[in-house]
Design a protein around this ligand. Structure first.
Ligand code: MLT
Length: 243
């Protein structure tokens, strides 16, 4: 098996994903939000590229069944029900609902994974569960970091490393998957910081920006390794827990 980690969507040719299991990661905060929403009983998350697209998708859903959600500049979009903080996605708010979600980088990364043969949504919260599901697909794995406006994001790469470590654990010594250089670096980065993931996130540019907006309480939520062991699958416009 082969595992490649890609730092952002920049230069990521769709053909690199064909025939592979793709895992999209946006630790701060879109994929942490999606994992939290589905773990708390949301029926599905529909990732949209823009607020306009999200409103159009929602217009086709039965009233009362959906919530419009997402952020621009990390803040609530006017007229939307939820922003992009995992703390908002409680069971009371999301259980049984379809969430139409648009975020700056995360939903874009998920949609960019469409050429892959299967698409999973990963984060620290579900790293071990996603690693096992990806290994079970028995195809080369492409881990796609959303990054922050194309800029390398340490949190995304560390979460990619947690997933690489999880996949490697399933292989006998000497028969481990082949890793590209960023997959190796991600694995070592995760290993170095695994006991201090919250601090790692707080030290990133995006994490610091969230703290300045008064959203620092999201960082420990997004750093809670294997706290939500669910496997979100993206297929035909919907993310659900059904493979
Ligand atoms: C994104 O998708 O760009 C992020 O989730 C932004 C954020 O932290 O709200």
């Amino acid at each position: 098996m082969r595992i490649d980690v890609y730092p952002s969507l920049l230069g990521l040719e769709p053909t690199r994903l064909e025939g592979r299991t793709a895992i999209a990661i946006d630790v701060l905060r879109a994929t942490s939000v999606i994992v939290t929403a589905l773990a708390n009983g949301a029926e599905a998350v529909l990732p949209a590229l823009t607020p306009e697209e999200a409103r159009e998708v929602a217009a086709g859903l039965p009233p009362g069944r959906f919530l419009l959600a997402g952020e621009r500049e990390s803040r609530l979009i006017p007229g939307f029900d939820l922003a992009n903080s995992p703390r908002e996605y409680t069971a009371g708010r999301v259980a049984g609902r379809v969430i139409v979600l648009t975020t700056t980088n995360g939903t874009r990364a998920i949609r960019a994974c469409e050429p892959a043969s299967a698409v999973l949504v990963g984060s620290f919260l579900n790293a071990g569960a996603v690693a096992r599901a990806a290994a079970g697909e028995q195809k080369p794995v492409a881990i796609v970091c959303a990054a922050t406006r194309g800029e390398f994001d340490l949190g995304d790469v560390a979460a990619a490393g947690a997933i690489v470590a999880g996949i490697r654990r399933g292989f006998a010594p000497g028969a481990e998957p082949e890793l590209n250089d960023l997959a190796r670096a991600a694995h070592d980065l995760f290993d170095l910081h695994r006991k201090r993931l919250g601090e790692l996130l707080a030290g990133t540019r995006h994490g610091g920006g969230l703290e300045r907006l008064g959203l620092g309480g999201d960082l420990p939520r997004c750093a809670a390794l294997d706290s939500r062991p669910v496997v979100p699958w993206y297929r035909q416009g919907r993310i659900t827990l059904v493979p």
